[in-house]
Design a protein around this ligand. Structure first.
Ligand SMILES: NC(=O)c1ccc[n+]([C@@H]2O[C@H](COP(=O)([O-])OP(=O)(O)OC[C@H]3O[C@@H](n4cnc5c(N)ncnc54)[C@H](O)[C@@H]3O)[C@@H](O)[C@H]2O)c1
Ligand SMILES: [Zn+2]
Ligand SMILES: [Zn+2]
Length: 346
């Protein structure tokens, strides 16, 4: 089968790989219909990730049809259309019982396209299928469903829920990529009074306004912090959501939160940041970090099926699996290409 293989930093290629096989009786094999590229895949490509072994197939998002189900899989059968969660989980270990699926102690967590072969391929093996796949409500378009593998739950859980966004509060999201936009959309469940998007890309800022941002600011502005405080108030915002994963955006977040506020870090960081404890110790802040658990995926599926959030503007490009190298090129140059989420069709 064809698959996009990570061969080391800045080295990926579409290659011929053997078909995946059932290893454990709780596995299924999914014939991929649609996948996409994540900011995290770009991070891997750029050498941010320490654990990815050369030779591994990339990708942790997508939908497909079950080709074969292991004998202990009870909820799914051959022919079912499924959403693949970016997080694989056994559902029964100590952490899974706490819905901390990203830290599944039985070898789950974020393993797809990371520790085991992923979804940017014609077929993929999904371990612990009963707890790691979802049926897709018929009201949800296939392309839209792909956005529920990772980005929508990530923005919601690690940005909005961990940031404890409440009605009337002021929220600043730093980073308007697919994950930041997902935080922007799901923050609106809670009716914040000010919802500010900060990014370097004016196209993304314009989209943020369309998706419900009350304000959008280019972070290259010399007076960025003043501009933010003019909107949210001199003390700062209630919630800052970091959705990039680099030191400058962490620095913005730690400078703009008011006493008692929250910094929710979502970005995957590849290097250390300065933590300004000398200014922050007195502020009674809550700072959260985390890998998405996808424990809110069932709720988000219902919300999207009921048309409560419109994700259609997030999809900007479509490619065939054969053209995935060109798709990476577009996503790597997202600003120039006006790209947000790219659908890869099999
Ligand atoms: N915690 C998790 O579970 C989880 C899950 C998925 C993705 N992520 C991470 O979330 C982050 C965002 O993912 P994405 O897919 O949206 O990535 P992306 O690369 O598409 O988007 C990042 C955005 O940040 C903007 N940006 C870059 N530098 C900036 C700066 N100095 N100021 C303001 N904006 C800046 C870019 O213009 C871009 O719009 C990545 O680090 C990704 O690895 C985390
Ligand atoms: Zn991802
Ligand atoms: Zn588990």
């Amino acid at each position: 089968m064809k698959a996009l293989v990570y061969n080391g930093d800045h080295a990926i290629a579409l290659e011929e790989k053997p078909m995946p096989k059932i290893i454990d009786p709780t596995d299924v094999i999914v014939k991929m219909s649609k996948t996409t590229i994540c900011g995290t895949d770009l991070g891997i490509y750029k050498g941010k990730n320490l654990y990815m072994k050369p030779g591994t197939i990339l990708g942790h998002e997508g939908i497909g049809i079950i080709e074969e189900a292991g004998e202990n899989v009870t909820s799914f059968k051959k022919g079912d259309k499924v959403l693949i969660s970016c997080i694989t989980s056994c559902g029964s270990c100590e952490n899974c019982k706490k819905q901390l699926y990203s830290h599944c102690k039985n070898g789950g967590g974020w393993i797809l396209g990371h520790l085991i072969d992923g979804t940017q391929a014609e077929y993929v093996r999904i371990p612990f299928a009963d707890n790691s796949l979802y049926k897709i409500p018929p009201q949800i378009d296939d392309e839209i469903a792909v956005l529920l593998s990772d980005i929508l739950p990530t923005g919601h859980e690690i940005g909005v829920q961990y940031g404890q966004v409440k009605p009337g509060e002021t929220v600043v999201i730093v980073g308007g990529g697919p994950v930041g936009m997902s935080a922007l959309l799901t923050a609106q469940f809670y009716s914040p009074s000010k919802l500010v998007m900060v990014d370097l890309d004016d196209n993304r800022l314009a989209l943020a306004k369309e998706l419900g941002a009350t304000h959008a600011i280019n972070s290259s502005a010399a007076n960025l912090l003043d501009q933010i405080k003019e909107i949210v108030g001199e003390d700062g915002c209630d919630v800052a959501i970091e959705a990039v994963g680099v030191p400058p955006t962490w620095n913005i977040c730690q400078k703009i939160v008011k006493p008692g506020g929250h910094i929710a870090n979502v970005g995957v960081h590849g290097q250390k940041v300065d933590f300004e404890i000398q200014d922050l110790w007195i502020k009674n802040l809550t700072i959260t970090t985390g890998l998405v658990n996808t424990n809110t995926t069932p709720m988000l599926l219902k919300t999207v099926a009921a048309d409560k959030i419109d994700l259609s503007k997030m999809i900007t490009h479509r490619f065939k699996l054969d053209e995935i190298m060109a798709a990476y090129d577009v996503f790597l140059n997202a600003s120039r290409e006006k790209a947000m989420k790219i659908i890869i069709n099999n």
